[in-house]
Each structure stands twice: as C-alpha cells, then as structure tokens.
Design a protein around this ligand. Structure first.
Ligand code: GLN
Length: 539
C-alpha cells in the first residue's frame, strides 16, 4: 500500500481538493487502483450538522454518509465512488475513542493523543484497503492550525514506518507583489518550516501562482525547502477547474509521484477525456440565464455540486450558463415578475427551515404560470407541491410539517403518515445528526413520463438527504389537477418525482441529482433542463 498526503500552507482555499482530485484522475488514467480520503480537523462527527454558510455544501455518498464537499470533487474527477470511510474528521476519531474508552477497551491505560488518537487516525486511513491500493489523503485546513497537529503526527509516524511508501505533497501560494513586480517565496518557506516543526519534510511542493514562476524562484524554493528543483511544481490559475489535470500533467506531477513511490501503472496515461472537455468548454459561448432561488446564495460553496452539475450540462449543450443567484427572502408577490423576467430557466435547490419559503413559492408560481422550465430539488420539489395545492387546488392552509402545523400537511414525516413505515427514527430524542433518509435509493419511473424521456430507464438510483416526504394521502387530488407523480419507491409509497402535465418542462425531484453529475457525463436531468431552458430562451 502506498500513501500520499496532501497538505496546504500559507492560506486556505488554494484548491487542495482540486489538486488531490486531479492527481487521482491522472493516476487512475494509468490504471492505478486508488482511494481518496479527506481528513478534517474539526470536531463535528460529520459535516451534516454544519451550516452550509460555514462549511459549504454537505456532500452525500451512495452509502448515506454526510461528507465534506471535497469528496464531490473526488467523484467528479475520477470514476471512484467514495464511501463513509473516506471522510474522517477529528470528531469521528474522538467519538470512536470515547466510546471505546467507556467500554473499557483500553484496559486501564491512560488514553492520550499519542499513541491513541494517532493510532485511530492511522487505522481510519488504512480501513478497508487492499495491499495494492494507493491511498491519497487530503488534510483539511492549513498547516500551523492547532487542530490539525494529531493528523500531522500520524503522517510523521507513517513516514517513519514506511519511508519508501509514503509521499507528502505540500500546496502553497506564491503571492505576487505588484509594487516590486515579484513573486514571493518566503510564505512557502515559512509554511514548510511549520511542517518541519511537526517532524515532516515534504517531498513535493506544488506552488499556486497567477504569474509565471521563474527558474530562479524554483531554485530558491528548492534550496530553502530542501526539495529537488523538479519537485517544485507550478500550478497556475486556469479558466476552469477541469483544466487542472492537464496542467499538472504538463508539470509532471504524476510522473514524479509514480517515480518516487515506485508505483506500477498498468496503462499508458490517457488525457483525451480532459482535452476533449476543454474543447467543449471553449465552444460554450452562447449565454443562458438560469436563476437559482435559494437561502445560502451568498456563499457559492453552499451549492457546489449544483453549480458544477449546471456547468457540465451547459458545456455539453454548448452554452455558457450565467447563474443568477437570488435570495428567496427578497422575493414577494409584487416584485416576482420583475425579478425573474430574464430567467430562461428557474431552479429551486434543497434547503432546510422556513426562512424565505414564501419567496420560493412565488417563484414557483411564476415558473408554472409562465411556462418557464422549472427544476425543484428536494425542498424545491416539496415547495412546488405546496404551491400547487395552495394556488391550483385552493387547499386551505397547506404546507409542510417542517414549518409548523397546517390543516393540510401535504409534506410531512413518514412517521406522521404511516405507523408501519417508521424508517426514519431518531437515535436519541434530541439527536439531529444522521437522522435523515440518506444515500442512494432506487426509484421506479412511470412509463411515457417526462422523467422516462429524460432517463430512458425504468429504474434509477439517486441520492437523498431529507427528513420529510410527500404525504401520499393527497396524491389523487393533486393528480386530478394535472401534477403527475412519475417516480416512486419500490412499494410505491414514497413519491420521488413530480411533473406538470400542462407545462413544457416542470420537474420536481425528492433526491439530489446534482451529486452524480460528471464533466464527461452530465446528469440527464440537468442536461434536459438546460436544453429546454435554451429552447425557451430562443422561442
Ligand atoms: N428540509 C426538507 C426535508 O428535510 C428538504 C431537505 C433538502 O432539501 N435536502 O425533507
């Protein structure tokens, strides 16, 4: 087993996740078997309980684990499916240790950071791996943070135990100082010193820069940071994250990794899928306005996968999608027409809580009445049902039990509408973590529906993250008025997809299709949504 660690220095948000995913993709294209893991220093057991404002999107894996958004990059850049073992936080480590301690499993010893925490970290890194695997571990945060010290110590121990099989890549920033016209290497030198304080010498330094790095600067980094000049790898700013694999391949990052670790590749590297995608990207010129009405619109990372899924679908439809993010709290009955007039398509993503709900309902009404292509995801789907029951069925006081008591809870907890179907039960009375319907579930698609035209399949698997469900009690009265349920669980009790018979393109899905879109294979729902929005724009 070979281990590659990726750490970051100088500042955060340097794109460690993208570098990690790109390296993984370059190694995969040579037939190398690998796993990618994210180690996060925070104390939450998983990011499921964190606000998207603080931590960005919560990415859900097929096996139903709520993980860091970087796992989304790993899956989008490679053909690898991540699992719960691939997202490791300090909280998860400590929670395992504390429960072992309570069970007396440490047999009387004093439980300490070294060796117990570091041992647990090392075991989590090695969990469910085979001998021939390459494990790439990205360490969250920036070196120098107090929280990440146990992770660095675990890396030091690994390096000591398996010198030849462990490699450390450090990603830093070379800032450009406008007044002197120079790139500065000092912050990189300092952050390597931080690593040395923890007992680790990096093998490769990847340098982010928006200016050309001169050979003298490479020599300087090599001299002060104790790495060979060919191990100082430039990583320049590029137009799209999907150009990073080719860029790093040109800088020979993967060649160096393979040589250093003596990894055997089974195939010749093939970059054609990336270069083809770049050609497609360069052709996507025509602009298309898609409006996203949400709650967390001020931080783009909150809707990371959604943004990427729209981008993939745009590129494959040869359009340059301009996303207009609208804060749902700013929309009301009076201004909705004016705010949304330029929308070729309208999308309402997932969300929690009742803030901004009325604005979203107004937007749905606008899309429904004006034949604007509409995609509602999870909460967006639930609200499109509420909108329909309010405005078309004229149902009194309809809503979701998530927002309080209503005469007609058209959306409610499974436990509220079915005593038998109590799949969602909370572990402890007040626990909110991991208590939702999470992960991949099968969905059966109705013949001749819009959904069946989109998927061209009868059975699909999509990922979920929600507590509330459509209450089947209202199904027939809703269907009588033209909203059609076209996707169901096997027992037909869970209603997973809705569409509107009297609309050109109106779709609501209880799951999150954005989590499975790839640059080479846009998700069919997004592809169709963008295609129809384009037709709407040019109609
Ligand atoms: N808040 C809703 C629920 O829990 C929708 C969740 C979501 O959009 N991911 O069911």
């Amino acid at each position: 087993m070979k281990l590659i660690f990726v750490t970051g220095g100088v500042v955060s948000s340097l794109g460690k996740g993208i570098v990690t995913a790109s390296l993984a993709s370059l190694l995969r294209s040579r037939g190398i078997k690998l796993k990618i893991r994210k180690l996060d220093p925070y104390l939450n057991v998983d990011p499921g309980t964190m606000s998207p404002y603080q931590h960005g999107e919560v990415y859900v894996t097929d096996d139903g684990y709520e993980t860091d958004l970087d796992l989304g990059h790993y899956e989008r850049f490679t053909d690898i499916k991540c699992s719960k073992n691939d997202s490791i936080s300090s909280g998860k480590i400590y929670s395992t240790i504390l429960s072992k301690e309570r069970k007396g499993e440490y047999l009387g010893s004093t439980v300490q950071v070294i060796p117990h925490v570091t041992e647990e970290i090392k075991n989590s890194i090695k969990k469910s791996t085979n001998k021939d695997d390459v494990i790439i571990c990205e360490i969250g945060g920036t070196v120098g943070d107090i929280e990440s010290l146990p992770f660095l110590e675990a890396i030091r121990q690994f390096k000591n135990e398996r010198q030849l099989d462990t490699l450390l890549i450090h990603l830093t920033l070379l800032p450009y100082i406008e007044t002197s016209g120079e790139i500065k290497t000092k912050p990189t030198q300092h952050s390597v010193k931080e690593l040395l304080n923890a007992g680790i010498q990096p093998d490769i330094i990847v340098c982010r820069s928006n200016k050309k790095i001169k050979y003298e600067e490479i020599q300087k980094i090599s001299l002060f940071c104790n790495v060979a000049t060919n191990a100082v790898i430039p990583s320049y700013d590029v137009g799209s994250i999907y150009q990073v694999p080719s860029l790093l391949s040109k800088s020979k990052l993967d060649d160096l990794v393979i040589k250093n670790l003596n990894i055997k590749s089974t195939k010749k590297k093939d970059l054609s899928k990336w270069t083809n995608f770049e050609v497609l990207e360069s052709r996507a010129k025509e602009e298309l306005n898609i409006f996203i009405i949400g709650k967390y619109v001020h931080l783009k990372d909150s809707y990371k996968s959604l943004y990427e899924a729209i981008y993939h679908a745009g590129v494959h439809n040869k359009v340059n999608v301009k996303i207009k993010w609208i804060d749902s709290e700013t929309i009301n009955k009076k201004n909705v027409d004016e705010l949304l007039i330029k929308a070729a398509g309208i999308l309402i993503p997932g969300g929690f809580g009742n803030r901004g709900i009325s604005g979203k309902i107004e937007a749905i009404k606008y899309a429904r009445e004006n034949q604007i292509p509409f995609l509602g995801i999870c909460l967006g789907m639930q609200l499109s049902i509420i909108e329909f029951t309010k405005n078309v069925l004229k149902m009194k006081n309809s809503g979701s039990s998530e927002f309080g008591k209503h005469t007609n809870n058209v959306i409610s907890l499974m436990t509220e509408w079915s005593k038998k179907n109590q799949k969602v039960t909370r572990t402890k009375e007040n626990d909110l973590g991991a208590t939702m319907r999470l992960g991949s579930y099968p969905c059966y698609i109705k013949h001749k529906s819009l959904a069946s035209k989109i998927y061209k399949k009868k059975l699909i698997h999509e990922r979920h993250r929600h507590r509330y469900e459509v209450n089947p009690k209202y199904r027939s009265s809703i269907e009588k008025k033209g909203l059609v349920f076209s996707g169901f669980s096997k027992d037909k009790k869970l209603l997973e997809i809705i569409e509107n018979k009297n609309h050109k393109w109106f779709l609501g899905v209880q799951f999150h299709p954005e989590l499975k879109s790839k640059p080479f294979k846009p998700h069919p729902i997004f592809f169709s949504f963008i295609k129809n929005s384009l037709m709407n724009k040019n109609a």
